[in-house]
Design a protein around this ligand. Structure first.
Ligand code: EPZ
Length: 422
């Protein structure tokens, strides 16, 4: 397994290009299952999760080609041969469950393995099932698989989700595009990735309104046609790299960044003493004056503070002046980066869903282990600011969500390299 060696090397300066959003692409790709006509995505990120989704769609019989070094994904689901998403693929990536709604809508049946737990939490599928059952689906849990059927087709309905789940919103919206009648989905998730999905579905002929708000209305149509869609910028990669100059000093411009993607996060950085300004080409980030100040963080569904930036923000708070309390309200076990940061000299106390961080002047380089996607990059951020060398092992986690990390950080002056593992 490869590892990454980071050596604290002072302030960072320059530009970092931000890629297309992993979590938008992972819901846009299954949308191809809704139509017999080709769906092409541009600005796609080059990530291992995208390769996993490609393999899943191909296992269903879809044609999926990766063009222009992976930045274009051309898909066609003209002749699907299976409606079963196998455990071997789904267990690797929970987002595989996003084929459930489209398969059910197009074919009236789907067999999708339960994803199984993952490092950050149990992550059940009850909200997905409740929503699809509201549209008339019959779903049975057998041998670890969800067996979903809608023999007479799906019917529009009014459904209020108990929690604004991102994936459940995506599955229900995709299913509703081909249901008979109108669906009103209440307490829908509002993430930009959902707005991006709806914009793509609309290009395919879907009749949807309200995306980005808590109520999304979908008028079912008989069929959807092909389209070409540009994947929205990745707000989590954007937020991650905004923290690089915040933790190291210097000034970095994030190309393609837009304030509307990271409003609450940028406000939190501003309160901590980090300026974020919109430029012609993106967002420019720099400390306002010297050491950042501790601020409190509570993770919430969009537009609140993103849970996917909690680990990275904790790394910044480890070097801030004062005490920061971070409350993780979305996942039940998303502090696994804390003990690794403590190995670097951080002062963190975790009690249940709350971590209390007392900032220290400097962190010390150490050997640390990545435990999940976002934890892995929080350790790299800490290593950028630490004295000495930090080796982050198990970087396969990193490859799931961040393309060309070493190249992007080297480009702004970081001392970082990837060490080939055995
Ligand atoms: C999406 O996961 C993202 N993944 C996650 O990003 C992100 O952390 C999460 O949304 C929250 O923003 C993709 O988009 C591929 P949820 P998702 O359904 O859809 C519980 C990353 O790092 N829940 O909004 O699975 C669940 O257990 C990944 O890129 C149920 O209880 O998230 C969790 O505690 C990590 N029942 C909470 O809701 C359900 O049926 C939020 O889950 C579904 C979810």
């Amino acid at each position: 397994m490869d590892s990454i060696l980071v050596t604290g090397n002072g302030p960072l300066n320059g530009q970092i290009p931000i890629a297309g959003a992993k979590n938008a692409c992972l819901t846009l790709m299954p949308a191809t299952l809704l139509s017999e006509e080709p769906l092409t995505l541009t600005n796609a990120p080059r990530l291992s999760d995208i390769k996993t989704m490609t393999a899943l769609l191909q296992s269903l019989g879809a044609e999926v080609s990766s063009l222009q070094d992976g930045q274009v994904i051309a898909m066609s689901s003209h002749n699907l041969t299976s409606q079963t998403a196998d455990y071997d693929i789904v267990r690797k990536m929970r987002a595989s469950n996003l084929v459930l709604g489209p398969l059910l809508a197009r074919f009236g049946q789907a067999v999708v393995s339960l994803p199984g737990g993952c490092a950050i939490g149990a992550r059940p599928m009850d909200l997905h099932m409740e929503g699809l059952e509201a549209l008339g689906a019959e779903i049975e849990l057998k041998d670890g698989y969800l067996h979903a059927r809608a023999p007479g087709g799906l019917k529009g309905a009014v459904h209020e989700m108990r929690f604004a789940s991102v994936g459940a919103t995506e599955n229900i919206v995709m299913a509703a595009t081909l249901a008979k009648g109108t669906t009103v989905l209440k307490n829908a998730a509002r993430e930009p990735e959902i707005v991006d999905l709806v914009e793509c579905l609309r290009k395919m002929g879907a009749q949807i309104s309200g995306e980005g708000s808590s109520t999304i209305e979908i008028h079912g149509v008989d069929r959807l046609h092909g389209a070409t869609h540009q994947v929205v910028t990745d707000r989590i990669e954007l937020g991650t790299y905004m923290l690089a100059p915040a933790i190291c000093g210097g000034e970095v411009e994030l190309l393609g960044g837009r304030m509307s993607l990271v409003d609450s996060f940028a406000a939190k950085l501003d309160a901590a003493g980090v300026s974020v300004t919109e430029t012609q080409n993106g967002l420019k980030v720099a400390r306002k004056n010297g050491r950042v100040q501790a601020v409190d963080v509570v993770t919430e569904p969009f537009p609140g503070f993103p849970t996917d930036l909690q680990a990275q923000m904790m790394a910044l708070m480890c070097t801030a002046e004062g005490v920061s309390v971070l409350e993780e309200r979305i996942f039940e076990n998303r502090f696994m980066h804390a003990p690794e940061l403590v190995r670097m000299g951080a002062n963190i106390e975790v009690h249940g869903g709350t971590a209390t961080v007392t900032g220290v002047e400097t962190l010390k380089g150490a050997r640390v282990m990545a435990t999940d996607l976002r934890a892995s990059v929080s350790l790299i951020l800490a290593g950028l600011a630490a004295e000495g060398e930090t080796t982050v092992s198990r970087v396969y986690h990193l490859d799931r969500g961040y393309e060309h990390v070493v190249r992007k950080l080297e480009g702004v002056g970081a001392k970082i390299e990837r060490i080939k593992g055995e």
